[in-house]
Design a protein around this ligand. Structure first.
Ligand SMILES: [Zn+2]
Length: 75
């Protein structure tokens, strides 16, 4: 058993978004993924994106951190 936090929060200002992303990244060192490499894997991650869905345009990823094999991968 583990405890999972899921969230998807959008902000009008980049500074607040980056503050939350940086906090999540700092905690990702302690986070774990489940069943990595198997069909039912659940990889822990944090994404920072520019979202233009309010303009009918897609999101653009700025940064992604994945937790794999007890390592943090920055894509
Ligand atoms: Zn979006």
């Amino acid at each position: 058993m583990i405890y999972r936090v899921r969230m998807d929060l959008s902000f009008k200002d980049e500074a607040t978004a980056r503050t939350l992303m940086n906090y999540a990244k700092s905690l990702s060192e302690e986070a774990t993924s489940v069943n990595e490499g198997e069909d039912n894997e659940e990889i822990a991650f944090c994404d920072l994106e520019i979202c233009r869905h309010d303009e009918g345009l897609p999101c653009t990823r700025l940064e992604r951190v994945e937790v794999r094999k007890l390592e943090v991968r920055k894509l």
